[in-house]
Design a protein around this ligand. Structure first.
Ligand code: CA2
Length: 148
């Protein structure tokens, strides 16, 4: 079965424990269950990983090469800072769909910049955990009929 990686970055392990007005009440376990179910509908085996460490996220992107056909990535705050993660994504040449629970463009100016966006197939933000399901829909569609 085709495998894809859902990769979550720093502090997303705390989802559902605070700031529900920004990030909702769902936990990371809820996100991962949604991703497994969404992937299954498309015949995709979904691997879920989360790390608070930039290096571990880079290792996970490298590890996806030759194993997964694409990545759904919420890089958390590393989105706005990590050239290293951007370089890792560019180097593996896999389709990456960037996801954010919140609408980063409607928040503080420092969240408007994404180092992931230029190397991603596309970005989905502002729809809470539904964004992960939308990203898997988009990734499945892309894998069936690549547009670029
Ligand atoms: O909206 C998103 O998904 C973000 O990637 C979340 C990051 C933030 O730094 C980005 O700008 C946008 C923060 C993740 C922290 O998540 C928590 C959620 C609830 C409780 C504690 C942390």
């Amino acid at each position: 079965m085709t495998s894809v990686l859902v990769l979550n970055g720093p502090n997303l392990n705390l989802l559902g424990t605070r700031q529900p007005e920004v990030y909702g009440n769902d936990t990371l376990a809820d996100v991962e269950a949604l991703c497994l179910a969404s992937g299954a509908r498309h015949g995709l085996a979904v691997r879920c990983l989360q790390s608070n460490s930039e290096g571990a996220l880079i290792d996970a992107v490298h590890g996806a090469r030759g194993r997964d056909r694409g990545i759904v990535l919420n890089a958390g705050a590393y989105t706005h800072t990590s050239i290293a993660l951007m370089d890792a994504i560019a180097s593996v040449e896999l389709p990456v769909i960037e996801v954010h629970l919140s609408n980063i463009h409607a928040r503080e100016p420092f969240r408007h910049r994404s180092y992931i966006a230029p190397v991603a197939l596309g970005q989905i933000c502002g729809f809470g955990i539904l964004g992960y399901a939308l990203a898997l829909d988009a990734l499945a569609a892309h894998l069936n009929a690549p547009t670029r």
